[in-house]
Ligand binder design. Structure first.
Ligand code: ATP
Length: 665
């Protein structure tokens, strides 16, 4: 294009030379002259920028006004072209606002900095490469009169290594093997006889490894009373990453009740935030059970009752004084924000513990800004008259002699998850104070990988008693497989996960129509009351097959679940870990099956192995094993189409969306 442009430009200009030599030769000569002129101009301008005397400029024949304009236009066009091709200017440009000399100096500095940050060997290679490019540029410049741009060949780039903060890279290790690392209750000091008796009464003879590590750490932070931590400093925030079913709940319930047992003030001093109503209900039950018989009061705010009823449950009349009826509040983020903003009686100024269970999921729900609202409510008295009271607290800042006197009521954050993120940017959103991480390791062979901060994939712990299988299948065999598991292999109760509530509902209807299995569904199609009853029935053994969305994937503790089936393969490793973690809890054995279509096999197996799974075994089900059910299945599919129509399930949102495709369910 540049050539075409220049030829056209030169062709418009008639002069006497053209009549003597051939047209093309004349054009070429003219072109070379123009290029030389341009180079001289650029050189002159560079000198001008660098403060040198402009001498050669005068030797350049002066251009007519039109030529100048055309030349400028040409430059502009070239510049635009270069920009659009490479995104950057590759040559010294007189229209550039940055002086060329300055550019050169900057380039040299950049290069120096680059050189300083790489190894001597790569330094040498880079210099050699640049010299080669320069040499070839010189040769071609001499031959053609053009400056040849270069240096576009692909070069190896030094990989950036991920460096974790020390607290994440070097955690306090929790033993993964529960059974071999049970700790006698009496070995953990600081737990009152009353709580120990309660533990024993609930069938707990030993502490699990996570409890033996975390309970003393929380108690230590409150050893010198509620006001100060060890050595007079604010206690460190704690993060706990331990496998599903390893007993994380008791590792915060016991020490928090222990610390708050001396009921010095009637105020909310612990807040446990959980992502769903069902989980909040479950944790509330554990808190309530261990707080019974102590002065500590626990209140649940999950939206099951009216807002007014929840407000009333938070305060009580003591003579003429109204005070908090709750020491510990268990809450979901939505309801928490409602109480902070609409309930004037909801006071967090005395909050000592903020427990964030399923912390990675809670970080993802940070858009609800629940944490910033909690912190605002916690530190709101700093500027008011209460600022002079014993419980004065200010926003955490640098520790100075002045900031430590008088003592402040600290707020300690306690984070728990089986899949705690290692992403420092995500964790930063929580504003952790000198965090301490407790984490389990993956066994001797892979422990170095787990601790290796440069490892590309996040690795997690899998429950020890768990055996993982995958079942290769086709879409239309999936319902038959689940029926086969229940009716012939007698694997029950089964917790079965689908990726959508529509699939959960249709599968539930199909199993119902097929008969012979007590099934139920669990998803957002159900009201909170219905979900609560369904879980209760499942726990009591009244349901053999519970077909659920990921609503039941996290935290739900039902010890009877012997088998988890991923009817739909999970998309994310975290989802997989939480789903399969509904079985093999508390060191018990459990089975997890994942139904995989041919196209899913490789990706799924890679994802699971990279996450640190000890291995997923292939489980083949012979087609003959399903033969006996096929006739009935065909009949049921016809009935199902009508049932689904009545139920009003949006067929279009489903992957099985035409009547013939119901066969694919
Ligand atoms: N020391 C113990 N001895 C016996 N059973 C225990 C002990 N600690 C906890 N458990 C039981 O282990 C089960 C799992 O505990 P918990 O629900 O706290 O696990 P978790 O680590 O929170 O799991 P998830 O990550 O799935 O939420 C519960 O039924 C609990 O009662």
């Amino acid at each position: 294009h540049q050539f075409v442009y220049l030829f056209r430009y030169l062709g418009d200009e008639e002069d006497g030379v053209i009549s003597k030599v051939s047209h093309s030769q004349a054009l070429l000569t003219k072109l070379q002259q123009k290029v030389k002129q341009k180079q001289k101009q650029i050189l002159a301008k560079q000198r001008e920028w660098t403060g040198e005397e402009e001498t050669e400029q005068q030797e350049v024949p002066s251009e007519t006004k039109d030529e100048k304009r055309s030349s400028e236009e040409h430059q502009q066009q070239q510049k635009r072209r270069r920009k659009s091709k490479t995104g950057v200017l590759l040559d010294a440009d007189s229209n550039n606002s940055e002086p060329a000399g300055k550019k050169r100096r900057k380039g040299a500095v950049d290069k120096k900095q680059r050189m300083a940050s790489v190894s001597p060997e790569s330094c040498r290679r880079e210099t050699e490469r640049e010299q080669e490019v320069e040499e070839s540029n010189k040769d071609s410049s001499a031959a053609t009169g053009f400056r040849v741009l270069g240096g576009f060949e692909s070069r190896p780039v030094n990989k950036a290594t991920r460096v974790l903060p020390q607290w994440l890279a070097e955690p306090d290790v929790i033993h993964r093997d529960i059974k071999c690392n049970l700790v006698p209750l009496s070995s953990v000091s600081g737990v009152s006889a009353q709580l120990l008796r309660k533990l024993e009464a609930n069938g707990i003879q030993h502490f699990f490894p996570v409890q033996a590590e975390v309970i003393p750490a929380i108690l230590e932070g409150a050893q010198h009373g509620l006001l100060i931590g060890r050595g007079g400093y604010r206690p460190r925030d704690l993060c706990v990453s331990a496998p599903t079913g390893s007993g994380k709940t008791l590792s915060f319930v016991i020490p928090v009740i222990q610390v708050l047992m001396e009921r010095t003030v009637c105020e909310i001093r612990a807040l446990a935030v959980l992502p769903t109503k069902e989980l909040a209900q479950q944790v509330y039950k554990v808190f309530a059970s261990y707080a019974e018989g102590t002065p500590v009061k626990v209140v649940m705010l999950g939206g099951q009752r009216s807002f007014a009823a929840e407000c009333a449950s938070l305060s009580e009349q003591r003579g003429s004084v109204r005070c908090s009826a709750a020491d510990i509040v268990v809450v979901t983020p939505g309801r928490l924000v409602d109480h902070i903003s609409k309930n004037p009686g909801f006071c967090l100024e005395h909050l000592r513990f903020l427990i964030i269970d399923e912390a990675d999921r809670m970080i993802d729900s940070m858009h609800q800004s629940w944490l910033s609202q909690v912190l605002k409510a916690v530190y709101c008295s700093a500027a008011g008259p209460e600022a002079r009271t014993l419980f004065r607290r200010t926003e955490p800042a640098c520790i100075t002699a002045a900031s430590l006197s008088p003592g402040q009521m600290p707020l300690q954050k306690l984070l728990f998850s089986a899949t705690l993120t290692q992403n420092p940017e995500k964790l930063q959103q929580l504003g952790l104070h000198r965090p301490q991480l407790f984490s389990s390791v993956h066994g001797p062979s892979s422990s170095t990988t787990a601790a290796d901060p440069t490892h590309k994939h996040e690795r997690f712990d899998f429950p020890q008693g768990l055996t993982e299988f995958y079942v290769p299948c086709t879409m239309n065999k999936k319902p038959l497989l689940i029926l086969h598991f229940i009716l012939y292999l007698k694997l029950r109760p089964i917790l079965c996960f689908t990726n959508s509530r529509e699939t959960a509902h249709r599968l539930y209807r199909l199993v119902q129509l097929f008969g012979g299995v007590q099934a139920a569904e669990f998803s957002s199609r159900l009201s909170p009351g219905e979900r609560k009853n369904t879980l209760k029935n499942f726990e009591q053994g009244k349901i053999q097959l519970l077909i659920s969305t990921d609503a039941a994937a996290r935290g739900i503790d039902i010890s009877a679940v012997k088998c988890v089936v991923n009817y739909d393969a999970p998309q994310y490793i975290r989802t997989y870990i939480h789903r399969i973690g509904r079985t093999a809890r508390a060191g018990k054995p459990g089975l997890a099956f994942t139904f995989l279509l041919g196209v899913q096999e490789n990706n799924f197996l890679r994802m699971v192995m990279e996450a640190g799974s000890p291995g997923v075994q292939k489980q083949l089900v012979k087609p003959e094993s399903l033969k006996g059910m096929e006739e009935r299945y065909e009949v049921v599919l016809q009935e199902l189409a009508d049932v689904i129509k009545v139920d009003g399930v949006t067929v279009a949102t489903s992957p099985f969306h035409c009547s013939s495709c119901f066969k694919l369910l």
